[in-house]
Write a protein that binds this ligand. Structure first.
Ligand SMILES: *[C@@H]1O[C@H](CO)[C@@H](O)[C@H](O)[C@H]1NC(C)=O
Ligand SMILES: *[C@@H]1O[C@H](CO)[C@@H](O)[C@H](O)[C@H]1NC(C)=O
Ligand SMILES: *[C@@H]1O[C@H](CO)[C@@H](O)[C@H](O)[C@H]1NC(C)=O
Length: 342
């Protein structure tokens, strides 16, 4: 036995061995650092806190465009056709300019989320004035709110660049709003309703997290309902049959405005019986939820605001702060009686 034998090193073997080690080291190192960077910053999770700030700004900046056009000689109004109610569906330069500013504001901060707007402008939005603001500063001003992130594919943003265009043209400016709504998995989660006229007020809420001091809910002292100006006669009749002849019915422009009237105690229910678009109601739905109110179709079901859902709600609408079932049951009875008698 030769216990003291020497190991003979083959120079080629040593090279292969060292080279192999280096390769493994480099490979492991890159692999690990790549893994770590992925953990530290998930590629495209959406911060809802930042989205809240950007949504508020989008609504306010859109409102500034609406005010600017209102000051011009010519609103450049034209018709988009007829609404489902058979009324003229007008549009002005204010609708388009507000749309562009709101869309740009949101897409610049969140290029990878789905945004659905009432307007699809003829002119490209690149031609619209671009407004610059610092998104990081926004996050600072909401620093007391705890953040939450969601997947971009779960987010749908609904924007209404100018709610109550007909009233805007008629200079009934108290009804005019700009709105942004963030739905997460179809649920209304963040709602912003901005009133550019009067004293210019912004109402916002992140359901279950925070809301603006302007959102102060108060239950209406008597049972009264608020309905759309464009088909007030018909709903007045329906309401007096469904809820009793002594119920007070007022009409107003703008779905955003009507929801605010329910929240601030000027109306106990907002009732709508014809088709309505989701960008008209999503922000109000979120605001109502944030104060414990309800918005449903007449059959009592909640609305789905996911991108794959229809942009129309054809199931009618009831929005209340309290006694939701009382309104639903009576309106449902009216509709089932109608069906029986026709
Ligand atoms: C409402 O009812 C009144 C009286 O019953 C009727 O004259 C009127 O045509 C109705 N209006 C609508 C819009 O249905
Ligand atoms: C009800 O509406 C009037 C104007 O129409 C307004 O002055 C008043 O503040 C509103 N009430 C509440 C509780 O907001
Ligand atoms: C109204 O909303 C509350 C809280 O979101 C919910 O618990 C309740 O079931 C809703 N009521 C109706 C009638 O939809």
């Amino acid at each position: 036995m030769n216990l003291g034998g020497t190991i003979r090193l083959n120079p080629l073997g040593v090279c292969v061995l060292i080279g192999g080690c280096v390769l493994i080291f480099v490979y492991m190192n890159f692999w690990t650092s790549d893994d770590i960077s992925r953990e530290v910053s998930p590629p495209d999770e959406i911060s809802l806190k930042k989205l809240l700030g950007v949504a508020i700004n989008a609504a306010v900046l859109g409102g500034e465009e609406v005010r600017r056009v209102n000051g011009l000689e010519n609103l450049n109004q034209r018709s988009k056709g007829k609404t489902d109610e058979g009324a003229n569906d007008p549009v002005t330069d204010a609708d388009f300019l507000s749309h562009c500013v709101m869309l740009q504001t949101l897409t610049r901060a969140f290029p990878n989320i789905k945004i659905i707007s009432e307007e699809k402008p003829r002119k490209k939005c690149e031609e619209a004035p671009s407004v610059v603001f610092d998104e990081n500063q926004l996050v600072e001003s909401y620093s007391e709110i705890e953040d939450m992130t969601v997947k971009p594919e779960d987010v749908t943003v609904w924007i209404d660049p100018l709610d109550a265009t007909q009233e805007f043209i008629e200079k009934l400016l108290q009804y005019v709003t700009t709105m942004v709504c963030v739905a997460v998995k179809g649920l209304p989660t963040i709602g912003v309703i901005h009133q550019p006229f009067k004293e210019s007020k912004t109402y916002w809420a992140w359901v279950g997290h925070s809301k603006s001091p302007s959102v102060k809910s108060q239950v209406s002292p008597q049972r009264n309902i608020i309905v759309s100006r464009s088909h007030a006669g018909e709903v007045k009749n329906i309401s007096q049959i469904a809820f009793g002849s002594d119920i007070d019915v007022t009409s107003a422009g703008g779905a955003g405005y009507k929801v605010l009237e329910v929240i601030n105690g000027n109306a106990s229910a907002y009732v709508h019986v014809t088709a309505i678009k989701k960008w008209d109601i999503c922000a109000g739905d979120a605001l109502l939820r944030s104060v414990g109110g309800n918005m449903t179709k007449i059959d009592g079901h909640e609305l789905d605001y996911s991108a794959k859902s229809s942009q129309f709600n054809r199931g009618g609408l009831i929005a209340t702060l309290q006694d939701h079932l009382w309104f639903i049951e009576r309106l449902q009875k009216f509709y089932s009686n109608e069906k029986l008698s026709s």
